[in-house]
Ligand binder design. Structure first.
Ligand SMILES: [Ca+2]
Ligand SMILES: [Ca+2]
Length: 312
């Protein structure tokens, strides 16, 4: 639609409005303004009174309804305002209370945080103290372990010294036995045999009081410038047998050759000197003894009394 068409339409409408005014007789100033305008209309078109009264009553009733609605609206607005005010007051109180609670929580949180920090510091302090205690204990244990090690080494040295002393004691015993034998010979030189020795047909015999194995007994006799007794005659066997009531080692063995029994001077032994059934080598018996007046073979490790002899 062009601008010229629009202006043409407007002009057409204005002309129609002017024509309507002229036909109805209303001026532009009175058309559409209140009761006076209506009255003018009534008068113009000659409307009867009853219709006019009804129309006026309806108009007045409409105004009353509008007024009542306005009052009701005002009351509703007042109620809404009152309700809003109450809610606002409650919300303000709630917000204030929440602010206080937040402040209190912050304060409590700070207090608890300080408490936690204090606990952590205390734990660190206690932990350091415990660590120092453990380190001290470790050092003490190391020191004690070192002392124990020293004690063990000291005991080992003592044991070694005791072993050396045992060897020395045994050597001393042998030397004392030699010295004792020499002294006894000097004291008893007026006699045929040393003190505590017995003489029989040109020989001196020593009957021990202690007990030793065959080898130790042999060494004892050697230290006495004697030998384990060798029985060469029946008379000698009878004599020795009469002097002892228990078994005694003699200078007899088959250690060099099994069943080849010889005296220490390599001489043979008479077969009739053996007890019946001997020598039987029962359980490896390689050393000779006298028991019950005759000979028997026994293990060399048996410790028992022995007899030494030496020639006058
Ligand atoms: Ca044997
Ligand atoms: Ca035997």
């Amino acid at each position: 639609m062009t601008q010229e068409n629009i202006y043409g339409n407007i002009s057409t409408v204005q002309q129609q409005m002017q024509r309507i005014r002229q036909e109805s007789g209303f001026s532009a100033e009175t058309f559409g303004h209140g009761i006076s305008d209506r009255q003018a209309i009534y008068n113009k078109f000659d409307i009867d009174d009853e219709r006019r009264q009804n129309d006026t009553k309806g108009f007045i009733g409409s105004r009353c309804i509008v007024s009542a609605m306005l009052v009701l609206l005002a009351l509703m607005l007042a109620a809404v305002f009152s309700f809003t005010s109450v809610k606002y007051s409650e919300m303000s109180a709630t917000i204030q209370r929440l602010d206080m609670e937040v402040s209190l929580m912050r304060e409590n949180g700070s207090s608890q945080m300080r408490k936690v920090e204090s606990d952590i510091l205390q734990l660190k302090t206690e932990g350091s103290s415990q660590m120092r205690k453990v380190e001290s204990d470790i050092l003490q244990l190391k020191s004690e372990g070192f002392e124990v090690s020293l004690d063990v080494k000291k005991l080992e040295r003592n044991i070694s010294q005791l072993k050396d002393a045992d060897v020395q004691i045994w050597t001393d015993v042998q030397n004392l036995e030699k010295a004792f034998s020499s002294l006894r010979s000097q004291v008893c030189d007026i006699r045929s045999c040393p003190c505590d020795w017995k003489e029989f047909r040109g020989k001196c015999y020593y009957f021990s009081k202690g007990e030793r194995d065959w080898q130790k007994a042999k060494e004892f006799c050697y230290n006495q410038d004697a030998v384990l007794a060798m029985v060469k005659t029946q008379q000698e066997l009878n004599y020795i047998g009469s002097q002892v009531s228990t078994a005694h080692h003699l200078g007899l063995s088959d250690q060099e050759s099994e069943s080849n029994w010889k005296w220490l001077d390599e001489s043979s032994v008479a077969g009739s000197f053996w007890n019946p059934g001997e020598p039987n080598n029962a359980g490896e018996e390689d050393c000779g003894e006298i028991t019950a007046g005759k000979l028997n073979d026994i293990p060399c490790s048996i410790k028992q009394r022995w007899i030494c002899e030496k020639t006058l």
